[in-house]
Ligand binder design. Structure first.
Ligand code: ADP
Length: 164
């Protein structure tokens, strides 16, 4: 049976840390669907449509034959069931991610016994990197080139420029 994995997240915006996880996952599973959640409770800076478009552009540029993008709202396990995914990929950075991720993984397993959450660690240089950090730097006129692909830099310019 083909191993279909979802890599879910808010991706507000997608960073080099997320990409690092996608590249690692692509080597492990038959197919990965990088899935952008709506997550309105997080009040994302980029709209769901903008995040989907950015992730699609970045993932397409990686040219990985077994990676595609998708999107969802509501419970992740319902989405996983709908697309027949049995694996959830999550990135694990510092200890601080652990408690939250552990709780979600166990809750998801209670809701859908067939789902398995797999944690992947990024390259050390991305361990500190988060979308929030990128937003703080970008919104204060800092340079985010080291942390995100070009498309994300352009998206910030467009969005912030439009607000000024
Ligand atoms: P969520 O709101 O679902 O946590 P994020 O976009 O913040 O969405 O993160 C999606 C996933 O990517 C999470 O598992 C998170 O731990 C992981 N992740 C985020 N940044 C990094 C990074 N720099 N290195 C590795 N994993 C990361």
């Amino acid at each position: 049976m083909k191993k279909l994995a979802i890599y879910p997240g808010t991706f507000d915006p997608i960073t080099n840390g997320h990409i690092d996880i996608v590249l690692r996952a692509a080597k492990l599973f038959d197919k990965i669907v990088v899935s952008i959640g709506k997550n309105p409770q997080k009040k994302p800076f980029f709209s769901h449509a903008e995040r989907c478009e950015l992730v699609r552009e970045v993932i397409d540029s990686l040219d990985l034959p077994n990676v595609e993008t998708g999107n969802f709202s509501g419970l992740l396990v319902n989405y996983a069931k709908n697309i027949d995914a049995t694996i959830i990929i999550r990135g694990l950075r510092a200890i601080s991610d652990f408690e939250h991720e552990f709780q979600i993984a166990l809750a998801n397993r209670k809701l859908y016994a067939e789902i398995e959450t797999v944690f992947l660690m990024p390259k050390e240089s991305y361990v500190y990197l988060s979308s929030s950090m990128v937003k703080t730097i970008a919104l204060n006129d800092g340079d985010i080139s080291l942390f995100v692909p070009c498309a994300v830099k352009t998206a910030f310019k467009k969005k912030i420029g439009g607000k000024k």
